[in-house]
Design a protein around this ligand. Structure first.
Ligand code: ATP
Ligand code: MG
Length: 237
């Protein structure tokens, strides 16, 4: 049973979006999936309610209220943790996961806040490294934003590939992460496809392939990492 937790102290960075998309991806592969929603806003539970009956089922647990009891046959438990969970509460939550995924928005403030948050998780001892693996996902990166556009033309003139571009934007975070040996695993663009899927209780993987090809391509490094032993703590291998 894989336990994957989405968290970040900041609100609105994509925790629930990544949780529901991961859950629907694994469900569409025939896996048995539970979403444990620790956020009393209940975004993931609302999403499940909108999910059509003819889609592969996903079980939901209102974990802010009910105990997280899952059948032994469960393949994936995806945990959606509220923004602002702190101290003792946070410690108790992160100890439930093998793998922590931290979505980060591409603003300097968000990047700094994420760096502090990871620092707190690691150095204040909430995470024991052989019990938990952590990775960061850049989310809602605008492909045509002015900053990006400018950087892109500069980088093009320097013949640096497009994939390096996002690394540039997250340069500071990446430096911080590499010192702590935490991978910066994927960059997801700002895309209306997430909103379209969310409104229907689906993930982007359920939409017309041609429509979501670019988004799915961006998920590949994340899914590959999650499938690999690198995302599993030593204690659980
Ligand atoms: N890559 C993306 N492209 C476009 N919209 C996105 C993307 N990721 C998230 N969103 C939208 O941004 C909003 C915030 O995302 P989401 O609810 O997943 O964040 P959250 O971290 O769970 O927020 P909260 O802290 O309130 O729980 C939602 O409306 C969601 O649909
Ligand atoms: Mg949420």
């Amino acid at each position: 049973m894989r336990k994957i937790m989405l968290l970040n102290a900041k609100g609105g960075c994509g925790k629930s979006t990544l949780a529901t998309n991961l859950a629907s991806h694994y469900a569409s592969q025939g896996k048995s999936v539970v979403i444990a929603d620790f956020d009393r806003q209940g975004s993931s539970m609302d999403w499940l309610e909108a999910r059509p009956q003819d889609r592969p089922p996903i079980r939901g647990i209102a974990a802010w209220r009910d105990p997280v009891r899952v059948p032994r046959t469960t393949d994936y438990v995806i945990m959606d943790v509220p923004a602002g969970a702190h101290s003792a509460e946070l410690t108790a939550l992160v100890r439930r996961a093998h793998t922590l995924l931290i979505p980060v928005l591409p603003s300097p403030t968000d990047i700094r806040a994420a760096a502090h948050f990871i620092h707190e998780l690691l150095l204040v001892g909430k995470i024991v490294r052989d019990e938990t693996r952590v990775a960061v996902v850049a989310n809602r990166v605008r492909e045509n934003s002015t900053v990006q556009h400018t950087m892109e033309s500069v980088l093009n003139s320097m013949k640096i590939s497009y994939s390096t571009l996002n690394t540039q934007i997250y340069h500071n975070l990446e430096r911080f992460l590499s010192r702590l040996k935490i991978p910066f695993i994927a960059t997801l663009r700002e895309s209306n496809n997430y909103l379209v899927a969310d409104a229907r209780g689906l993930g982007i993987f359920d939409l017309t392939p041609a429509q979501v090809a670019r988004d799915i391509e961006q998920w590949e490094p994340l899914l590959k990492w999650l499938d690999s032993r690198r995302s599993m703590p030593d204690a659980a291998k």
